[in-house]
Design a protein around this ligand. Structure first.
Ligand code: PRP
Ligand code: MN
Ligand code: MG
Length: 189
């Protein structure tokens, strides 16, 4: 398959992602079973829009009958830099009081989005708030934050694909890749 011209280097192939997501789903299930947490008390919250491909794959592998919910949060507002103050564009549908919330994210970069979200969901009286992220970029941190379950740890580069966008584009690449930011300067969409 031909790679997108704005790809500098593929970090994670579709196959690698699929395999790891199945493992992650198992790890998370074991965590809830071990702590005697029932399916009916678990709410799996996807953070739109980047989470979509990962959420779908994770949810189908996560063999527990749990509530599905979503929030729309944006921190990038288009460009290459993350914003300090994430914005809630759409809030949860379900009441999470005394529920065990699992946040599903595509990436943890500066840490601003997740640290804000975790506090926010705790303030709504969730019994527990855990984070599963497909990729973690520890080199991008601006504030301390650690996800509970991590698919892959990657280098500090701007990545695209499998839900991750550049200016709302390139989310549909089936792999995760480093973007060629030099080529971008002369690129016509
Ligand atoms: C991206 C990504 C995470 C967040 C991580 O979302 O999907 O939600 O940024 O970055 P941080 O750790 O620096 O806060 P974005 O705001 O781009 O919205 P999107 O999911 O709609 O692309
Ligand atoms: Mn996002
Ligand atoms: Mg984005």
């Amino acid at each position: 398959m031909a790679l997108h011209p704005l790809v500098k280097r593929v970090l994670l192939t579709e196959e690698q992602i699929k395999t790891r997501v199945a493992e992650l789903a198992k790890e998370v299930t074991e965590h809830y079973k071990k702590n005697n947490i029932k399916d009916k008390d678990i709410v799996v919250v996807g953070i739109l829009k980047g989470c979509v491909p990962f959420y779908a794959e994770f949810f189908m592998n996560f063999k527990q009958d749990v509530v599905m919910d979503f929030m729309v949060i944006s921190s990038y507002l288009g460009g290459l830099k993350s914003n300090k103050q994430p914005k809630i564009n759409l809030d949860l549908n379900s009441d999470i009081k005394n529920k065990h919330v699992l946040i599903v994210e595509d990436i943890v970069d500066t840490g601003h989005t997740l640290s804000f979200l975790k506090d926010y969901l705790k303030s709504r009286k969730a019994a527990s708030v855990n984070v599963v992220t497909l990729v973690d970029k520890p080199g991008g941190r601006k504030i301390e934050f650690e996800a509970n379950f991590i698919g892959f740890s990657i280098e500090n580069e701007f990545v695209i694909g499998y839900g991750l966008d550049y200016d709302e584009k390139l989310r549909n690449l089936p792999y995760i890749a480093i973007m060629d930011t030099d080529k971008l300067k002369t690129w016509e969409w």
